[in-house]
Ligand binder design. Structure first.
Ligand code: NAG
Ligand code: NAG
Ligand code: NAG
Ligand code: NAG
Ligand code: NAG
Ligand code: ZN
Length: 320
């Protein structure tokens, strides 16, 4: 009597692996229940204790006076941006040899290999991976570097094998700068790689520095974490910049609507490709010297409340 039930269960158990869990590519996803982030704990290191992303609480971050400005070499060279690709999970840009990162708190020189993005639904749902004081941003840019130019498979074996620079991207109606223009040029390419697997050579219309724009390279948080996609290897030194890059709302909409997550351009949109916040556990986040000193940027909620109260109280005088 129950054999049908058992058969169904067995069929599901054996059918799912062939459908969704076969290989590490394409065996995980962001938005479907059977392969979404809750199921990632069965992949690689995703159930570990130094996972990313995290919510960074500014007031809990430890001041490290030796965290000065980062030293970035070669990022202003547009020729280093080789190919832009729709991987079905993100937009990935491969980089030619010659972009180097060094600085305080990094044990050695790191070489940039590629960059990619995470985003939400383009309209209402923000899609950054990290958050600051519980606030997510529209998108997040990740520039992936390896220690002494190691290959990625070798770098993930080292607890500090990878250094990722993370920048928040925020949609803003007032975004009218050289940076915002560079993002418009970047987003122009998306319609040419609408299907998963499509790629295209870039033509030097912007550099990585143009995209990073006016961000202050001395305002950042530093912590040890993991890759944010399976197999979530715990090999990453994270540098999360505090100043968001402002882009037009149209740019954010293009990421969420110009790309398909499958080989058909009519397939489900590639969107909401961000991992939920992970437990910080025993870890401490460090804050750079300049960011700690730039206290006015982060006015804590009680101060805002008091400010509000005093403005509200004095309002009648001002309006007289
Ligand atoms: C870095 O690694 C890449 C890929 O393996 C290789 O093509 C390049 O020559 C290396 N660069 C240096 C400076 O060793
Ligand atoms: C480079 O690509 C951008 C976006 O696809 C395009 O607008 C621009 O005209 C191209 N420039 C050249 C010199 O081909
Ligand atoms: C991008 O696609 C447009 C048509 O949508 C085409 O005219 C253009 O040549 C393509 N650009 C490249 C660089 O492939
Ligand atoms: C790209 O996205 C923009 C903004 O949502 C939309 O207006 C446009 O029609 C899209 N183009 C393609 C080719 O998907
Ligand atoms: C970065 O911020 C610091 C203060 O926190 C300031 O002194 C410095 O001039 C800023 N640098 C840039 C490039 O804006
Ligand atoms: Zn990423």
């Amino acid at each position: 009597m129950d054999s049908l039930k058992i058969l169904t269960t067995l069929t599901m158990v054996f059918w799912l692996p062939s459908g969704c869990y076969t290989n590490s590519e394409g065996s995980w996803c962001y938005t479907e229940r059977h392969c979404g982030p809750r199921t990632w704990i069965s992949h690689g290191h995703c159930n570990g204790k130094r996972q990313s992303p995290i919510n960074i609480i500014h007031k809990d971050a430890i001041h490290n006076p030796s965290l000065g400005p980062l030293d970035l070499v070669g990022y202003d060279n547009c020729k280093k941006l080789l190919k832009i690709k729709n991987t079905g999970k993100t937009v990935d840009v491969s980089l030619e040899d010659g972009l180097h990162l060094a600085g305080f708190g990094l044990p050695t020189r790191y070489t940039a290999k590629s960059f990619h993005l995470h985003w939400g639904d383009g309209a209402t749902r923000p899609g950054s991976e990290h958050q600051i004081n519980g606030k997510p941003y529209s998108m997040e840019l990740h520039i992936v570097h390896t220690r002494n130019n190691l290959s990625i498979p070798n770098a993930v074996k080292n607890s500090k094998g990878i250094a990722v620079l993370a920048f928040f991207i925020q949609k803003s109606k007032n975004a009218e700068s050289k940076t915002a223009e560079a993002w418009e040029l970047f987003a122009e390419n998306l319609k040419n790689i609408s299907e998963k697997g499509e790629d295209m050579l870039l033509n030097c219309s912007f550099s990585l520095m143009d995209l990073m724009g006016s961000s202050n390279f001395s305002h950042y948080y530093r912590y040890l974490g993991s890759l944010t996609t399976p197999s979530c290897d715990e090999a990453v030194i994270w540098t999360v910049f505090a100043d968001p890059i402002l882009v037009s709302p149209e740019v954010v909409r293009k990421f969420a609507s110009n790309l398909s997550s499958t080989e058909s351009s009519k397939g489900p949109r590639l969107m909401n490709n961000f991992r939920p916040i992970q437990k910080i556990g025993e870890r401490k986040v460090e804050v750079s010297d300049a960011l700690k000193s730039a206290a006015t940027i982060f006015v804590s909620p009680p101060t805002v409340f008091i400010l509000f109260l005093s403005i509200a109280t004095f309002q009648p005088f001002f309006s007289m």
